[in-house]
Design a protein around this ligand. Structure first.
Ligand SMILES: [Zn+2]
Length: 114
């Protein structure tokens, strides 16, 4: 990619990109009726050997153990991660409650000083 763009070409491209027309609107409606822009395919394509290596190496988000040993089934894996998420959420809730309490105390002290 070149570092500098021709500003005239940039302006021309911008003009073209900002064109609206009944034909363009109709095309957009037709595309929308078909479900719109396809979702980005995020699935990683792996060979079976690569998948095995991945599962042997990757650690469970919930328990930090190798996924294949810790959770031979997807159900066990999901349960472990759900438990971990619940623990994190509880920790955050406690932190928020503590912050709320500190703010309450600070407001009370500020009122008293007036
Ligand atoms: Zn786990």
């Amino acid at each position: 990619m070149s570092a500098r763009k021709n500003p005239h070409a940039v302006a021309l491209g911008r003009l073209g990109g900002s064109v609206t027309s009944e034909a363009k609107a109709a095309a957009a409606r037709a595309n929308g009726a078909l479900g719109g822009r396809p979702r980005e395919d995020r699935e990683v394509k792996m060979t079976p050997a690569e998948r095995e290596a991945y599962r042997a190496a990757v650690l469970c988000v919930g328990c930090d153990r190798p996924l294949r040993e810790a959770h031979p089934t997807i159900e066990g894996h999901l349960a472990c991660e759900a438990a971990q998420q619940a623990a994190v959420r509880a920790e955050l809730d406690a932190a928020h409650r503590a912050a709320d309490e500190r703010a309450r105390v600070a407001r009370r002290l500020a009122r008293r000083r007036r």
